[in-house]
Ligand binder design. Structure first.
Ligand SMILES: [Zn+2]
Length: 111
């Protein structure tokens, strides 16, 4: 078992964007405003998580070699993240709050 000292960061606290979840983090630098905590992430369908993992590793590779594909992979990674998020919204932690969900979705411009 690996025990690693948690690095303290002074970033603004970002809450987990899954309704009903109380997790938050201060380790993600701005401008990121939403995150999915590890616990919620694991509840998402594996194929969506795999898709995200694939896209984000391609994005990292593209960045490392200054590829013109960075933009494209940034969009795809973002899209994959939303896919995971949406699948989690469809199964909220406590099975309620549809109005909150609708509003959250509207905020980021999803129908
Ligand atoms: Zn969470």
């Amino acid at each position: 078992m690996k025990v690693r000292k948690k690095r303290r960061a002074d970033y603004p606290r970002i809450p987990c964007c899954i309704p009903g979840c109380k997790s938050s983090t201060t380790t993600i630098p701005p401008p990121c405003e939403s995150m999915i905590c590890r616990k919620c992430w694991r509840r998402a369908p594996k194929r969506h998580r795999d898709w995200y993992a694939r896209m984000s590793s391609r994005l990292t590779r593209a960045k490392n070699r200054n590829s013109p594909d960075v933009d494209r992979f940034e969009k795809l990674t973002d899209w994959a993240f939303r896919k995971v998020w949406q699948s989690l919204l469809e199964s909220p932690v406590d099975g309620e709050m549809p109005e909150t969900l609708v509003e959250e979705l509207r905020k980021i411009g999803l129908p």
